[in-house]
Design a protein around this ligand. Structure first.
Ligand code: PMT
Length: 401
């Protein structure tokens, strides 16, 4: 989504400037072309050289600098941008923009741009609560400027309260949302993620290596594209994506119950969970004791949730995942037709950078009409957007304009 997007990262003066460095790294890693504009005060905290080195672009700071003006010019910076992100945004910068003051490079480019602008304010809690600041923020919000609320916590000034710059990952996600097409508005996307755990006794269970990263990325991407999202998740260590309804489950049986409950409202279902196919026939109430003899476990089949949904899907779009170690296309293709899916995302988990507990994936998309698409190694967020692109295309075919 950020690939080749032109982002202007505006950095104004505050102790949180160091976090803008991390934010810049996230944008660059995602493929964005970032130009950094720093106020004079921001340069008191971190030097422009740090931002220049990491962005690979000159850092802009002076309105009347002949070299900088010749190189790009503040108006082209404003006109070429796909998105402006101001982090940290001080009360001063926000107040100036709200009052129409353009007296330095950052405020001038901000006034001249038609790109969406995201402010990430960071300041002392009393400044943040000050009615003058609140009035400025509200009037900018009403004009269509975007804000991510500051976080709560210990502030550099010694106070504690709301005013901290949010984590770079949170600002990154908010920026991602602004660039995402709002093509899933009006849809409810039901996503499953993570492993299931099948209890054996009070201290042991059968499970797998799923971290939930793939499914959480799908949930986050669907939300960013305007959908209502219900995320039915097995146990993971991941924070729930903002704006998503999280339903936590442990076993396959519980996942089935919750999925069936959410199914009636869903228009799209994406089942990326790694559901255990079997569970112990009996669960011991007490910790099983070691014995001298070998021990055998009796397992019984879990319900195949996706196959069940395939029988009752009507006009919903059903997307499955298949993690395979051999004959990827054959096995994934069989699951696609057997479970009556519209699309299956097949990951060959023998490849590095694919499958369980990594941030990237290498997948093939198998369509119900037999079409197969091979995607390069992508971040799981990118894979999520790619699969949602296909879902949106399917809706467009089903309901032509
Ligand atoms: O969570 P991560 O660490 O990010 O890893 C991501 C992933 C590898 C778990 C994910 O990309 C993935 O491939 N998930 C599917 C794992 C799998 O092998 O599923 P399966 O082949 O057992 O099942 C095929 C499909 O049926 C899946 O959509 C599954 O959710 C569904 N299923 C399976 C069994 C069952 N009892 N009920 C189901 O609904």
């Amino acid at each position: 989504m950020f690939k080749d997007k032109k982002i202007v990262l505006g950095v104004s003066g505050g102790i949180a400037v160091y976090k803008a460095v991390e934010l810049l790294r996230l944008f660059v890693k995602a493929g964005a072309d970032v130009s950094v504009v720093m106020t004079r005060n921001a340069q008191e905290f971190v030097t422009p050289l740090t931002f220049q080195t990491l962005s690979g672009n000159p850092v802009y700071s002076e309105l009347f600098n002949l070299y900088q003006e010749k190189k790009i010019g503040h108006i082209s910076l404003a006109e070429n941008a796909d998105l402006f992100v101001i982090a940290p945004a001080t009360a001063n910068v926000i107040g100036k923009v709200a009052s129409g003051i353009a007296d330095d490079l950052l405020t001038t480019t901000l006034m001249a741009t038609k790109a969406p602008v995201l402010f990430a304010p960071a300041m002392n809690v009393h400044m943040y609560e000050n009615p003058i600041y609140q009035r400025n923020e509200n009037s900018l919000r009403q004009l269509g400027y975007h804000f991510i609320d500051p976080a709560y916590g210990e502030l550099a000034c010694g106070y504690s309260g709301q005013g901290k710059l949010p984590a770079p990952e949170a600002i990154f996600a908010a920026a991602q949302k602004l660039l995402a097409p709002q093509d899933l508005c009006g849809h409810t996307v039901l996503v499953t993620a993570g492993p299931t755990r099948e209890e054996l006794d009070p201290v042991r269970y059968i499970s797998n290596y799923s971290s939930g990263k793939m499914g959480y990325a799908v949930a986050r991407a669907a939300r960013q594209r305007g959908a209502e999202v219900v995320l039915v998740s097995g146990p993971t260590f991941l924070p729930p994506p903002a704006g998503v309804k999280l339903v936590s489950v442990v076993s396959a049986k519980q996942m089935r119950e919750q999925v069936l409950q959410a199914f009636s409202k869903a228009t799209v279902v994406v089942k990326s969970a790694a559901v255990a196919d079997y569970r112990p026939v009996s669960v011991s109430g007490h910790k099983l004791k070691k014995k001298d003899a070998e021990m055998f476990l009796s397992l019984e089949k879990n319900p195949d949730i996706l196959a069940e949904l395939g029988q009752i899907k009507q006009d919903r779009i059903l997307v499955g995942f298949a993690a395979e170690t051999q004959d990827l296309l054959k096995h994934a293709g069989e699951k696609l037709s057997k479970k009556n899916l519209d699309l299956i995302v097949a990951n060959d988990i023998t490849q590095s950078g694919a499958g369980f507990d990594v941030d990237t994936n290498v997948v093939k998309l198998l369509h119900a009409d037999g079409k197969v698409e091979e995607l390069p190694q992508l971040s799981k967020v990118e894979v999520a957007h790619q699969l949602l692109d296909r879902v949106v295309d399917m809706f467009a075919v089903a309901k032509p304009e």
